[in-house]
Design a protein around this ligand. Structure first.
Ligand code: ADP
Ligand code: MG
Length: 332
């Protein structure tokens, strides 16, 4: 009934994705806004704004309007969603008139935070806005049998948060969330470079280091990478060499915190479902799951099978979109 005007939005701290049933993912851009601080005028959003990070004059500020998975700046979030929906319309070749929208919310979000997300999407011209819990969306997207009486465990490691959910019979049996994700890992890398080398680096460089030579806590042959930043003492540009073992050490604390969150969740699983987890294991989604060695490390530490979702950065958006089919159920 809603097929042409129903969309799913994954409003992530790091990335925003828009999904339609017929065309799949039509927008996938960083959740970033660049605006003029004097006039509040939006200069750029998404990829274009991301390119500006750390390179703008004082009059332009580049921000993530979402923090820890929830809205930190309401007006900027609405402006961003509006712009994302315009991009979606362009991709579809027709304007999105009053679409019905399913949008996911972190399972740990308060009711006020959920309402804010719903309001923001509504203000962008949506007709009805339905909310879905992120772990459920991720599980649907990863094609787990969510509506069966079987435990599916989802670990979603995003930019600002990590969520662990055990799902059975279409709902969350137990879940835990933590305000720590890939962005915190980048911060740790920035701190490390400052402390160890007296060199300041920006987020894009930290991200690059993490993606290229970042490892979960597994043994691996050490790799090196040359990076450039600004020497704190001289103020001049400087090139330094970092090793994957150093980076592994800076990620250690975050990784152990994530492991602990998973352990805690598994421990609170009803005994009747524990057996399923031993057999079926857990599924990792979210960009953070792409860190090298992540599945291997968790499998070793947790002693259960660990699988990486087919498209970890897209599972939530796909699941949100697929939930459009059960829109009438969500309404309840
Ligand atoms: P969100 O749902 O919060 O928007 P995403 O699921 O899009 O987050 O994941 C974004 C996070 O994933 C970022 O912190 C990013 O640094 C991290 N990430 C993306 N690719 C990789 C990779 N190859 N290795 C490690 N981390 C990655
Ligand atoms: Mg996410």
């Amino acid at each position: 009934m809603f097929s042409t005007t129903a969309i799913g939005i994954d409003l992530g701290t790091a990335n925003t994705l828009v999904y339609t049933k017929n065309k799949g993912i039509i927008v996938n851009e960083p959740s970033i806004v660049a605006y003029d601080v004097n006039t509040n005028e939006i200069i750029a959003i998404g990829k274009e704004a991301k390119e500006m990070v750390g390179k703008t004059p004082l009059t332009i500020e580049v921000i993530n309007p979402l923090k820890d998975g929830v809205i930190a700046d309401f007006n900027m979030t609405t402006a961003m969603i509006k712009a994302m929906l315009e991009k979606a319309s362009k991709k579809l070749g027709s304007s999105l008139r009053k679409p019905n929208v399913v949008v996911c919310t972190p399972s740990g979000a308060t009711s006020v935070e959920r309402l804010a997300i719903q309001d923001a999407v509504k203000q962008c011209g949506a007709k009805e806005v339905y909310l879905i819990d992120e772990p459920v969306a991720a599980a649907i997207g990863a094609e787990l049998p969510v509506s069966d009486p079987i435990a599916s465990v989802i670990v979603d490691i995003g930019g600002g948060t990590t969520e662990v959910g055990i799902i059975s019979f279409g709902g969350i049996v137990t879940s835990n969330t933590m305000k720590l994700g890939g962005d915190h890992m980048n911060d740790e890398i920035i701190q490390f470079s400052r402390k160890k080398f007296n060199v300041l680096i920006g987020v894009p460089t930290a991200e690059k280091i993490k993606q290229e030579i970042g490892y979960a806590l597994i043994e691996h042959p050490s790799e090196t990478m040359e990076i450039r930043g600004r020497d704190i003492v001289t103020g001049l540009p400087k090139t330094i060499t970092v090793t994957s073992l150093q980076i592994q050490d800076c990620l250690k604390e975050s990784l152990l915190a994530i492991l602990e969150l998973i352990q805690k969740t598994l421990e609170s699983c009803p005994p009747e479902l524990s057996g399923d987890i031993v057999d079926r294991g857990i599924v990792l989604t979210g960009g953070g799951a792409l860190l090298k060695g992540m599945t291997e490390w968790f499998a070793k530490e947790l002693d259960v099978p660990v699988h990486l979702a087919a498209e970890p950065l897209e599972s939530v958006a796909v699941g949100t979109g697929k939930a459009l089919d059960t829109i009438h159920l969500l309404k309840k």
